[in-house]
Design a protein around this ligand. Structure first.
Ligand SMILES: [Zn+2]
Length: 132
């Protein structure tokens, strides 16, 4: 079987994440400033953009402040997992589709459920678009 993750494009996944996370413009996760400059890309994940805030001077990247920060799975695996959860697949089925082991998938689905609930804002429009 071909793992779903080999069919997903890392660049596209980051574009989707940026669109969900920052629908208007890239915003500093530390001080909410819009004075943000691009600082190149992550050395191991070229699709992951880095930024520097002109307001507070801190550095961040596409994953800072999201539930995907500091996780060892690729964003492609997370997006794939989220997609398959939406199809109501079991952890075992998701593990097969993503080429991961079931224990990893169990942790990922728990974190996604916890993260999604914790990050849901009052704004119904944002909730409707499945904010991550
Ligand atoms: Zn800032």
């Amino acid at each position: 079987m071909i793992p779903l993750t080999t069919l997903l494009d890392d660049v596209k996944c980051y574009e989707v994440l940026r669109g969900l996370h920052w629908p208007e413009a890239v915003t500093c996760p530390h001080c909410q400033s819009l004075q943000v400059s691009k600082q190149g890309r992550d050395s191991t994940q070229p699709a992951r953009r880095k930024y520097r805030c002109g307001g507070c001077g801190r550095h961040f990247d596409d994953l800072t402040g999201t539930i995907f920060a500091a996780r060892h799975q690729s964003l492609v695996a997370w997006i794939g997992c989220l997609y398959l959860m939406g199809l109501n697949l079991s952890n075992l089925q998701i593990a097969h589709e993503l080429g991961l082991n079931e224990d990893d998938v169990q942790r990922m689905t728990e974190q996604l459920r916890a993260g999604i609930v914790a990050s849901q804002p009052a704004d119904a429009d944002v909730v409707g678009r499945g904010r991550v």
